[in-house]
Design a protein around this ligand. Structure first.
Ligand SMILES: Cc1cc2nc3c(=O)[nH]c(=O)nc-3n(C[C@H](O)[C@H](O)[C@H](O)COP(=O)(O)O)c2cc1C
Length: 191
């Protein structure tokens, strides 16, 4: 299977990064092809709402997102791992999602759904927050659900970890790391 992951944190080896590493460990053992797109290491413009994609489904901005669009069309599995920032997603990851407006157009206005390969298309959302608070993950999940629906990924599982703040603190929670590993195995299972 082709798997793409979007590590949403600017903090390399931070909590969501370490959870993603555990998830990918399980996947690597099975020999799948994994591509990572780190918004904070990429060079791309935010969506400028030029509306050029509204008739074609093609974004006219030529930058690092061009490769992402192709990968999104071809992938079978999608992982988004991210911290919560102000109850929402970090700006870099949100900007990447916004740039997928052209894929939203393609699906909902041009009625061209991405068909997907023999394994179907499935997602996994991993979220980390410092606070333990009701609805702390709600906004992130709504945004990611809208994103995944737009790129024809109808189903995703969610792993949430709350009360985790310091860089790398997640390492003191082997149960959560194990959950991330299990989530990876489940993601590439054929059911
Ligand atoms: C700009 C910023 C905004 C944040 N906003 C929230 C928030 O609204 N709620 C929360 O619980 N944690 C918030 N946090 C804390 C992070 O979610 C937390 O530190 C998380 O463990 C970071 O994950 P990372 O190591 O993968 O970057 C925020 C952190 C930053 C830097």
């Amino acid at each position: 299977m082709k798997i793409i992951a979007f590590p949403g944190s600017p903090r390399i080896n931070g909590n969501s990064d370490l959870l993603l590493t555990e998830t990918l460990k399980a996947i690597k053992e099975e020999g799948h092809i994994i591509t990572l797109y780190r918004p904070y290491k990429m060079n791309f413009s935010p969506c400028i709402s030029c509306n050029c994609c509204s008739k074609t489904g093609i974004c006219v901005i030529n930058d690092d997102m061009t490769e992402v669009y192709n990968s999104i069309r071809e992938a079978d599995r999608f992982i988004i791992s991210s911290p919560v920032y102000f109850f929402s997603l970090p700006a870099g990851l949100k900007a990447l999602i916004d740039r997928c407006q052209c894929l939203w157009v393609e699906k909902y206005l041009l009625k061209k759904k991405i068909q997907g390969g023999p394994y179907g298309r499935k997602g996994l959302l991993i979220l980390v927050s410092a606070l333990k608070k009701e609805n702390i993950f709600k906004c992130c999940d709504l945004t990611v659900t809208a994103f995944l629906n737009s790129i024809s990924v109808p189903k995703h599982n969610i792993l949430t970890c709350e009360g985790i703040d310091e860089k790398g603190e997640i390492i003191n929670h082997p149960d959560l790391l194990k959950d991330a590993c299990e989530a990876g195995k489940k993601l590439v299972s054929y059911q």
